[in-house]
Write a protein that binds this ligand. Sequence first.
Ligand SMILES: [Zn+2]
Length: 135
Amino acid sequence: MARQGVRKTVRCYNCHCRFEVSARAMSTSCPGCHKAVIVQDIIVTGLKTTQKLQTCGRVVVKSRGRIMAGKIEAHSGLEVQGALHADVTSGGPVVIGPKARWKGDCKAPTLEVHLGARIESGFFEVPYGAAADEK
Ligand SMILES: [Zn+2]
């Protein structure tokens, strides 16, 4: 390794294997399934509409951001300060901010909903609770 950068471990959303990438990488080819995978964090600051959003990183919806997607898979977590309309599967903590509007299902290891957040509809599955973070 000639260039030593900060590295992070991510989990492939196709085959679910774990591997290391440079923290600055945007996408890479997964060593497990050899598919191209997005590993960067996705920051939403405006309106974003898409069918499917997948990343090994985090998805962050800023206060002026609005995301409308069929499905979101964020393997390192998701934070919403703006509006979200999607079915979310997260591999990391989901944070719903005090001014956030949420519509859609959510499956995440931990969930943090701030006072003031609006959840209009959705089926929430949080199988482990906050204790999973306190290992
Ligand atoms: Zn893979």
